[in-house]
Design a protein around this ligand. Structure first.
Ligand code: ZN
Length: 435
């Protein structure tokens, strides 16, 4: 099927992200085949597609790249609001880990379906995930039609199960099929993964060419623990073990030294900024304005739905930008266009997919969203970039296209019965409580 999106204002996120223009966007075979600014090619596109053409009228709407959520544990949608208002370690040790110990693969599949439904309906078209039994997350991704980079995680004492899972995931998805699912491996964190475990896991990177997704420098506790054990910062610890020889996406990076940022820049380590999760766990504020000034690639993530507690990227944009202004004392930090760029093209760059994802331009993957601007909180449309970055809401997203296929239309999920997903999850949660 070919799709033609007409009459919209395109926010392409090419260049520095400031440009917007009216154009018709044509989609064919999973790619953006045409961005027609002067109307000269739309007739031919329409004629060539013939009966297969779906036309979307985007009058009064913005057409932009889908949002890219760089850090998630999507199946934890099951555990939304199960434990809140606690510090990270007691939250993990007393609440989350005991709950997770009761989960089976079906629970994870249903939790992932719920989180993916939430993301798609809010305009997120790609997410990077870290969760055990990632095969079941993969099933949900395939079914609901989102794009994902899935990372089976490990901690000390779980290496054999991890290796089995990682090899299976790599065999199933890495570098095969239509490429909608990618695979990385995930050392959980520097304080839960010994040098021996990390060295063992890196053999998979070496052998299969997969990258890494890891929590880094999330809390002051982590800094103190790693300093006490190894006499290093978490970044130095991972660097000395050779982790950064492989493409690495580092989540959080709240407490970094200047030396850490220098190492990350030299090694091409990219960053997932999770402002709301870091606020909720009182972890601190990542020095994103400085990271950007130094040239690091940074995008946004929500973190899992039990530490946020939702998967709404629009909230991360606004919160993330405001936090940088407040902590630097500089209202020019993270301006609107930069914030939007980080959530789209910047996220694609951080995943090493910037050559094909995160921008509305000919030849790019057709992951697009149509945002309805005819809302009171977006009126009178004085500045589209400011409106999107500072006023946009998940509920403004009207249409979502991933890989050239319509996943959400008229704010309705097309790839699953969302009410049935919610019912299924509630049944799982009731059953988990009885275990
Ligand atoms: Zn996380």
């Amino acid at each position: 099927m070919e799709i033609l999106i007409e009459n919209g204002t395109v926010v392409p996120m090419t260049g520095d992200g400031r440009e917007t223009f009216r154009a018709a966007v044509g989609i064919r075979g999973g790619r953006i085949a045409m961005v027609d600014r002067d109307g000269s090619r739309t007739g031919a596109f329409r004629a060539e597609a013939g009966d297969r053409l779906r036309v979307i009228d985007a009058e009064g709407k913005a057409v932009m790249p889908g949002l890219i959520n760089l850090h998630n544990h999507v199946a934890m949608a099951l555990m939304r609001s199960v434990a809140d208002d606690m510090p990270l370690m007691p939250w993990l040790q007393e609440k989350i880990w005991p709950y997770e110990a009761k989960l089976n693969g079906d629970d994870i599949y249903w939790g992932a379906k719920l989180g993916i439904a939430e993301m798609l309906m809010g305009g997120t078209t790609t997410f990077a995930d870290m969760y055990a039994r990632s095969q079941r997350v993969g099933e949900a991704v395939e079914e609901l039609g989102i794009r994902a980079v899935l990372a089976p995680p490990f901690i000390d004492g779980r290496m054999e199960a991890f290796e089995r899972e990682a090899v299976e995931m790599i065999g199933r998805y890495h570098g095969s099929g239509d490429g909608r699912i990618g695979v990385r491996i995930a050392p959980h964190a520097p304080y839960t993964c010994s040098p021996e475990s990390i060295a063992r896991a890196l053999r998979l990177c070496e052998r299969y060419g997969v990258g890494v997704h890891v929590h880094v420098a999330e809390t002051q506790d982590e800094i103190a623990t790693v300093r006490e054990r190894y006499g290093k910062t978490p970044v130095e610890y991972l660097d000395d073990l050779g982790v950064f020889r492989y493409p690495t996406l580092a989540a959080h990076c709240v407490h970094l030294t200047g030396g850490d940022m220098e190492i990350m820049l030299q090694r091409g380590v990219t960053v997932a900024y999770n402002p709301q999760s870091n606020m909720k766990l009182a972890s601190g504020v990542a020095p994103v304005a400085e990271m950007l000034r130094r040239g690091l690639a940074v995008g946004f993530g929500t973190d899992g739905p039990s530490s946020n507690n939702d998967l709404d990227m629009w909230e991360e944009l606004r919160t993330g930008s405001l936090l940088q202004k407040v902590t630097t004392g500089d209202p020019t930090a993270l301006p609107a266009h930069e914030t939007l760029r980080m959530a789209t093209a910047g996220g694609a760059d951080a995943l090493g997919m910037g050559d094909r994802l995160g921008r509305v331009a000919e030849g790019m993957l057709a992951d697009l969203i149509v945002v309805d601007l005819r809302k009171p909180h977006l009126c009178p449309n004085n500045d589209l970039l400011s409106d999107l970055a500072y006023c946009g809401k998940a509920s403004d997203v009207e249409t979502v296209i991933v890989d050239g296929r319509i996943a959400v239309e008229g704010r309705k999920l097309c790839t699953a019965d969302y009410a049935a997903v919610c019912r299924g999850v509630k049944e799982r949660v009731a059953e988990i409580a009885r275990r």
